[in-house]
Design a protein around this ligand. Structure first.
Ligand code: AHR
Length: 512
């Protein structure tokens, strides 16, 4: 009997301690910075079934409803999450891509080999005009990755002219001959991709010089000043960022990229769906490092650019696992579970909280590749748990970021621990406040006390994304197995919000 009483006391003690540790203070009257909607950008590469099959089914497809070859279902789904920008054509593919192969009559476009992604045939039927058509259908801004690794300065300079020049020139003439009278005015330009790896295996000192040369000839045309983004560091390569910031003159640089994938071990990534608690924990360890990377790269950028003129552009991020059994290993097709929702929720909170420097980001990749928001199988389509997080977070697009201070209990596995709670907040023009909360703890519910300072609030509502198993995901047979529902676990009294967050859940609260 005594043992039972002691156990109950011990349990109550643990619960009390865990409860006391989770507090969030939201400074509702200290909002200064805007969360750019471009933080919620996406990435599409000529890789596996991202472009061909995922977005593009060809002008003659009857089976899948499309507009000029572009799938309607995928466009509709992405419009619902208000996709702000789309990066293309890579990734590694970008540094092998010669854009002139992808313009003009399709029958005359050369067929090449996609040497990065499975050696498959690339017939170039999806090129510049098709990509711009896709962006227009999506209402998204294009972000074009230019070929630095195997291209030329002239080629990139011509591409800028082809896309953006309104006057009389050989490139604008070519564009008009190919059926597009007016320029598109493309703003976002990547100057190569992963120059330290598939983009040319360069040293940063060499790349910085190359960048200066390319950026010089990516000239402003009437009304469109290219926003040039230097190929950035991988994860914690701080030397890379240091040299870019030190060696590239301010007038040639608008953005510096950063890539970070949440991968357990590059040689043993593990299954996307059949994973253990330890694998989940390790994935989250990798994902939460984004906070540290953003802070440290920002500190370097602050040294050279204290006014924060140059954006940190996290143009590849997300989870990376083994490809689905039975699929082509080079196509990087993986399923997407609640674990991915946890990566998305926590990472986007980090970006929101650092929106003064992180002004653009691109989840890798949008359809059928890595941490996709949409999966397709011929005429079928589903949206993933990650999609739902992006949809729930649309409330933060272009809203004013409200600083938060989070005190979190621990999520402990073995001898390691991680903060269980992550949060970010923003205020819309009409004063509505949104708070996004993530509990990554796979077992324990978290009680969170939120103190919203500097606002008089009377109304609360919310939505939650969770499930009964961390490994749950949507399938073509059960596409709605995981989806957000209305959240009843929050109460509001005198600007204090009390929230009960179930294990592995993402909640977005709306306060008025
Ligand atoms: O997103 C897949 C690949 O990952 C990209 O092509 C490359 O940039 C990165 O290494």
């Amino acid at each position: 009997m005594m043992r039972i009483i002691l156990s109950i006391f011990f349990l109550l003690f643990i619960i009390t301690v865990a409860t006391a540790q989770n507090t969030v203070v939201v400074n509702a009257n200290q909002g200064k910075e805007t969360i750019s909607r471009h933080i919620y950008g996406h990435f599409s590469e000529h890789l596996g079934a991202c472009i061909y099959g995922g977005f593009y089914v060809g002008d003659s497809s009857q089976a899948i409803p499309n507009t000029r070859g572009i799938r309607k279902d995928v466009v509709d789904a992405l419009k619902k999450i208000r996709i702000p920008n789309l990066r293309w054509p890579g990734g590694c593919f970008a540094d092998t891509y010669h854009w002139k192969d992808g313009i003009g009559p399709k029958a005359r476009r050369p067929t090449i080999v996609n040497s990065w992604w499975g050696g498959v045939t690339e017939n170039n039927s999806f090129g510049t005009h098709e990509f711009m058509d896709l962006c227009e259908q999506l209402g998204a801004e294009p972000y074009v990755s230019a070929n630095v690794g195997s291209g030329t300065v002239q080629e990139v300079s011509d591409w800028v002219q082809y896309m953006n020049f309104d006057g009389v020139s050989p490139m604008s003439k070519l564009r008009k001959e190919n059926g597009h009278e007016k320029p598109w005015s493309v703003k976002f330009w990547g100057v190569g991709n992963e120059a330290w790896g598939c983009g040319g295996n360069m040293r940063v000192e060499y790349y910085a010089d190359i960048y200066r040369k390319y950026a010089t000839f990516m000239t402003e045309t009437k009304g469109t000043k290219p926003f040039r983004i230097a190929s950035g560091a991988s994860s914690d390569d701080y030397h890379w960022t240091e040299v870019l910031m030190r060696d590239i003159p301010a007038n040639l640089l608008e953005g510096v990229a950063l890539h970070h994938y949440s991968v357990i071990d590059w040689n043993k990534k593990g299954s996307a769906t059949a994973f253990s608690e330890l694998e989940y924990f390790t994935t989250m360890q990798r994902a939460l490092r984004m906070e540290e990377f953003v802070q440290k790269h920002t500190a370097i950028m602050d040294k050279y650019d204290p006014k924060k003129r140059v954006a940190l552009v996290v143009d590849e991020w997300g989870g990376w696992y083994d490809t689905e059994p039975g699929t082509n290993g080079a196509f990087l097709f993986q399923q997407n579970t609640l674990r991915d929702a946890m990566i998305a929720g926590t990472t986007l909170n980090t970006f929101n909280n650092h929106c003064d420097r992180v002004r653009m980001a691109n989840l890798a990749q949008v359809v059928n590749v890595l941490q996709a928001v949409v999966l397709t199988d011929k005429e079928k389509m589903l949206v993933t748990p990650t999609y739902h997080v992006l949809e729930m977070y649309t409330v933060h697009h272009d809203a004013i970021m409200l600083p938060v201070q989070v005190q979190s209990g621990d999520y402990v596995v073995g001898n390691d621990k991680l903060p269980a709670i992550s949060a970010s907040a923003s205020k819309q023009k009409d004063g509505t406040i949104h708070i996004s909360l993530v509990n990554i703890n796979s077992k324990m519910t978290q009680e969170v006390k939120i103190d919203v300072q500097g606002a008089k609030l009377t109304n609360i509502s919310g939505r939650i994304l969770t499930s009964d198993k961390l490994q749950n995901h949507n399938t073509f047979d059960k596409p709605d197995a995981v989806k957000p529902v209305s959240f009843k676990g929050a109460s509001l009294k005198d600007s204090i919000v009390k929230v009960t967050l179930p294990p592995f859940s993402v909640v977005v609260l709306e306060l008025r």
